[in-house]
Design a protein around this ligand. Sequence first.
Ligand code: NAI
Length: 245
Amino acid sequence: MAGEFDGLVAAVTGGASGIGAAIALRLMADGARVAVLDRDVSNPPEGALAVQADVTDDASVRAAVDRVLQEWDRLDVLVNNAGIGAQGTVADNPDDEWHRVLDVNLLGMVRVTRAALPALRKSPSAAIVNTGSIAATAGIPQRAVYSASKGAVHALTRAMAADHLAEGIRVCAVAPGTADTPWVGRLLERADDPAAERAALEARQPHGRLVSAEEVAGAVAYLASPHSTSTTGIVLAVDGGMQEL
Ligand code: NAI
């Protein structure tokens, strides 16, 4: 069966776990050849090209993009998904913590995009999808640095969409609500009462459950696909109505 991404190549940062892995699997199911760029490639999604890369290290990022081009000689879709969490208020977090989180969540996207742009410019179907978060807009307590980093991702998405439209590159973002991934698993492991904490996270979503990584992947696939070629600069919420209701 013909797939929407037949003949196309995608790179997914943070693609070895959670949402990124679901995106990689979805794009492959839809016909793409997919490279996952991750600092930990011990357990990459089956069928993907695993490329070890740290998005905080410019040389590592450039080498990873070169590796993808060496393998397939093209790049059509970039999914900037690698991200880390952080807890605390402005009063709690010293400058080092702000630098650490912004270096991955914001500057990581900048580095990978910069390295990928020359190849994307050559693609007739170029799209970038960034992983934002409902934390950018919801005002979640104890997430100051993380929320600010994701707010910057949403703003960067619009700015990049404006900058690269004339080059034929669309740029969108997804804003997931709390998603059922190893990330949330780690959060629950640290909770005093993991079952109660999970119930609280589920209750925070208006649809009463966590978002699945596959639901986020479906939104990314749409935004990267030929079905959305008149869509750019948007942030698509995948949050059970958390932002809207
Ligand atoms: P995860 O922890 O399961 O996966 C994140 C992946 O990013 C891991 O494979 C990790 O090795 C990789 N990574 C982290 N730092 C990196 C670096 N410096 N260089 C290269 N790779 C790096 O997390 P999850 O839940 O899949 O999150 C993926 C994205 O979704 C993140 O950007 C996160 O902020 C965002 N998100 C997650 C939500 C959730 O509830 N799980 C909700 C909203 C957004």
